[in-house]
Design a protein around this ligand. Structure first.
Ligand code: ADP
Ligand code: ZN
Ligand code: MG
Length: 493
């Protein structure tokens, strides 16, 4: 019998807000432990939470980006549990009345568009971070009370690669919407992976096995690549899988059992009496809807349609939003947007990366950490997007050769000078004056009897060596196509 995997993901995303969910403490990463704390996020007795509107806004915005319904009533519940990372002994979360529900995400997978339904995206609070030392443990509460959004998918995913692509698509959407910085290194996106297997062609789900707290997408993929065959082999052996929770050991590359359903928690959910339910008004919802941005996939499809870009180029501009915006600004008036895309992808990107590398080296020498460095971005370019368009136009009009264009580009990048001015100053204009080229051709033919004889004897390739001579004589400025034409005409005469 053949088996297939059924996978649903619960993705936790730290929202990009200035302050925490219920207090004014900074939502910041990397501070000294327990410096961004106050009586509210430490759960001291007698304190009252005040909801962070920006967090609510970003959750509802996510709902719109994920094609969700936005209910007119949402509330926060207390999820009770006892663990040192949660001083209140309950986590506030939207249990049965979330801010958003019933959406979907479309993304590219295996050359087609896949759709994963979104059960809900709800708001909750993050908890403290425990660190275990040799003989004691410590808890840092800087993260306690940071707004956390949980995006729950329906069990629509069918494999490790699909889960990986879904997560990447989700991350791109959240980044594009400005909802979260999604910095994996800072633990801003964490994921619980639910996976079961069933015989192909059947509908009923197998026992759900949850792999907890994954903090990298490639980890999710590897964990599933291990876990799916493990489950299939187990059921093939006749073993009966039971609902359970496992942990991923990234070093060993295996999942191992943590607990089964029998020791499941009873969280005793109940509505938080200190918080008003949220009942968004039409006006507020409209103001959030106004923040909706174009989704990455839609953007890619539009770039391919409107600018006739190949999928590869559009993909680059989809994942690098700033670069894509730059392209669109430059390409709007372009006759050949593909040429503009080539310059941006092949030249501008690498030149900027090169500049950043030099800047980083300089600043590292001054003792700066990477996070504190100021590296140039597209916004710091010395030339405007229109200059790139001008450069493309010069090449297309054959006013400069493509190798001269490379020189012009570097000069533009370094000095911000306009392309035409650089061409003039450096004398890079391509010679298309036939009279001048004829003279160079005559010279080359006279000075190179061997290639001339070869060509006349039928060795077509000999023309290239003559062409090279003419280019040399013209100091690289002759229009190569014209040179070819004229040489051929003269040799055939
Ligand atoms: P719980 O009540 O334990 O949180 P849910 O039914 O709410 O479980 O589902 C949590 C996540 O697990 C969702 O992403 C859902 O799509 C997924 N899921 C549920 N049942 C299964 C299953 N049998 N196999 C794989 N994933 C599942
Ligand atoms: Zn606080
Ligand atoms: Mg659930």
């Amino acid at each position: 019998m053949e088996y297939e995997a059924v996978i649903g993901l619960e993705t936790h995303v730290q929202l990009k807000t200035r302050s925490k969910m219920w207090c004014g403490c900074a939502n910041a990463f990397g501070s000294e432990p327990n410096t961004n704390v106050c009586p509210v996020c430490l759960g001291l007795p007698g304190v009252l939470p005040v909801p962070n509107e920006e967090a609510l806004r970003k959750t509802v915005l996510t709902g719109y980006l994920l094609n969700c319904e936005i209910p007119r009533y949402a509330k926060f519940d207390r999820k009770s549990y006892f663990y040192p990372d949660m001083p209140k002994n309950y986590q506030l979360t939207q249990y049965d009345r979330p801010s958003t529900a019933n959406g979907f995400v479309d993304f590219e997978f295996n050359g087609a568009i896949a759709r994963v339904r979104i059960t809900r995206a709800h708001l909750e609070e993050d908890v403290g971070k425990s660190t275990h030392f040799d003989r004691h443990s410590g808890v840092d509460f800087n993260r306690a009370g940071v707004p956390l959004m949980e995006i729950v998918s329906e069990p629509d995913l069918t494999g490790a690669d699909m889960a990986y692509e879904y997560l990447n698509a989700l991350k791109e959407i959240l980044l594009q919407g400005g909802v979260s910085d999604c910095d994996m290194e800072k633990g801003m996106v964490r994921c619980d992976v639910n996976v079961s297997v069933r015989p192909v062609g059947t509908q009923a789900f197998g026992a759900k096995i949850e792999i907890k707290n994954m903090n990298s997408f490639s980890g999710v993929r590897r964990a599933l690549e291990y876990e799916i065959p493990r489950q299939i082999e187990a059921v093939k052996r006749g073993e009966k899988l039971i609902q359970s929770t496992r942990r991923w050991d990234d070093v060993a590359g295996v999942t191992e059992q943590m607990r089964t359903k029998e020791d499941a928690h009873d969280y005793r959910y109940f509505p938080d009496p200190d918080l008003m339910p949220s009942a968004p008004t039409d006006a507020w919802l409209a103001s959030v809807k106004a923040l909706v941005v174009e989704l990455p996939l839609a953007r890619k499809q539009r770039l391919m349609r409107d600018y006739q870009l190949p999928a590869g180029d559009a993909e680059v501009f989809k994942s690098n939003v700033a670069l894509g915006n730059y392209f669109e600004t430059a390409a709007k008036a372009a006759r050949n947007p593909k040429a503009v895309a080539n310059w941006i992808i092949n030249n501008l990107q690498s030149k900027l990366a090169e500049a950043n590398e030099a800047e980083a080296e300089e600043q590292a020498a001054l003792g700066l950490e990477l996070a504190d460095m100021k590296l140039s971005t597209l916004a710091d370019l010395k030339f405007p997007p229109a200059a790139l368009l001008e450069l493309v136009a010069l090449v297309e009009a054959k006013a400069i050769s493509s190798s001269a264009a490379q020189q012009v580009f570097i000069e533009m990048f370094d000095t911000g000078q306009a392309p035409a001015a650089i061409v003039q100053e450096k004398g890079l204009a391509q010679v298309s004056d036939t009279g001048a080229i004829e003279k160079f051709c005559d010279e080359a033919i006279a000075a190179n009897p061997n290639p001339v004889a070869d060509y006349k004897a039928g060795k077509v390739a000999a023309l290239n060596s003559l062409k090279g001579q003419v280019m040399k004589l013209s100091k690289g400025k002759a229009n190569p196509a014209l040179v070819g034409e004229i040489l051929e005409r003269k040799l055939k005469a």
